[in-house]
Design a protein around this ligand. Structure first.
Ligand SMILES: C=CC1=C(C)c2cc3[nH]c(cc4nc(cc5[nH]c(cc1n2)c(C)c5CCC(=O)O)C(CCC(=O)O)=C4C)c(C)c3C=C
Ligand SMILES: [Fe+2]
Ligand SMILES: [Fe+2]
Length: 341
């Protein structure tokens, strides 16, 4: 009897440089920032901006940051935790499934992962972009890349995409559990610091062109108009984690980090919020980064080192990062549930 064909699962995270050398960081930033969904301006302006200004200036600086977080044995934290998630999910799902891991930029490439699924003659492919909240620059970019690659296949299997999982119960539970060892009640304030996005991209997602960033409190709660809005989904994730922890509203703030360039990004900016909290006399901050499923440069370095340093310089005492979902068994439960759904 012929063997039963497997079901394919493709996990895709953002990507990281192959090494922390300036040359590899330059290569990574070039691929990442030349993506039309990331720097969403006309192609000529994008090329001048990215290749002429951002990358030449940023690559050597970012390389130093990557060198600071690079582990001698395991390399980039983002890739390391992604590999652990991949292995754990494959083990959970067993022989009926073939799980592949890819990075949107650099390696392992989406092309090579799809090729492995194609070679295995999988009956269907479920793509799980590893971004809890939908953004065109992250989830949308993965979806576009996968569709671009499979469009030339003679036989295209059933393909489905997880669009977002900002309210996934097991994901929420994992973040809330991860905070327990820090005794959240001993902190003056809690931050939910999400990766930022240009305001322009938030507005482009609003098909009514009349709601996001136009109406007061537009994205504070999710509704039918803003259900794909990154900002609204981020507020929803924060609310659910806060509810799970029994945090009152006045005890936490949602904010957005990692701004790039001079255009306005979604606010409030994490650095501003931290400055205001220091001015109010707050001493200890506990910070969640729920846009990331794995610790990476933006959590390990930006929150702990950069924001931690800024807070101390402004009179604060301690910024504590709540580690990301990484390979927590309850997050693997969440992935398993998505894969089997
Ligand atoms: C959570 C999902 C992400 C979205 C949305 C996103 C949008 C976005 N990012 C940049 C610019 C940079 N991001 C960088 C690092 C980075 N970004 C994400 C995730 C999202 N980005 C992750 C997981 C990481 C860390 C990668 C790692 O290797 O650890 C960087 C590179 C680092 C640096 O030089 O500071 C840049 C640049 C833009 C412009 C953007 C949306 C428009
Ligand atoms: Fe980013
Ligand atoms: Fe919105």
């Amino acid at each position: 009897m012929l063997p039963m064909s497997k079901k394919g699962i493709l996990l895709v995270n953002l990507g990281t440089p192959d090494s922390p050398s300036t040359a590899d960081v330059r290569k990574y930033l070039n691929e990442f920032l030349m993506d039309a969904r990331v720097i969403d301006v006309n192609p000529f302006v994008r090329t001048v901006l990215v290749q002429g200004i951002i990358v030449p200036f940023r690559a050597p600086k970012s390389a130093k940051l990557y060198q600071a977080i690079w582990d001698k044995e395991t390399g980039s934290p983002l890739l390391h935790y992604s590999k652990l998630q991949h292995q754990a999910l494959q083990q959970r799902l067993g022989d009926e499934y073939q799980v592949e891991l890819a990075m949107r930029y650099q390696s392992p490439s989406i092309e090579s992962a799809l090729q492995r699924l194609k070679d295995a003659l999988v009956s269907d492919i479920k793509v799980i972009p590893l971004f809890p909240q939908y953004a065109s620059a992250s989830t949308g970019s993965v979806q576009e890349k996968v569709m671009e690659l499979v469009k030339g296949w003679q036989t295209i299997p059933n393909i489905s995409f997880v669009n977002s999982f900002h309210d996934d119960e097991l994901m929420i539970e994992t973040f809330a559990n991860n905070a327990q060892k820090y005794q959240p009640e001993t902190y003056d304030h809690i931050l939910f610091s999400f990766h930022g996005l240009p305001q322009r991209q938030i507005q482009k997602c609003d098909h009514t062109h009349n709601y996001c960033l136009k109406v007061d409190g537009c994205c504070d709660t999710l509704n039918d108009t803003n259900k794909f809005c990154y900002s609204a989904q981020s507020y929803d994730t924060a609310r659910l984690i806060a509810e799970k922890m029994g945090l009152p509203k006045e005890k936490y703030t949602v904010c957005f980090q990692s701004r790039l360039g001079n255009d306005p990004w979604v606010q409030p900016y994490t650095s501003k919020v931290i400055e205001e909290l220091a001015k109010e006399g707050k001493k200890r901050l506990l910070v969640f980064c729920p846009a990331f499923v794995a610790d990476c440069l933006e959590t390990v370095y930006e929150v702990t080192e950069e924001y931690g340093g800024e807070f101390k310089a402004q009179g604060g005492e301690h910024v504590q990062l709540v580690e990301s979902l990484n390979d927590s068994p309850t997050f693997i439960d969440a992935l398993e549930k998505m894969a089997r759904a």
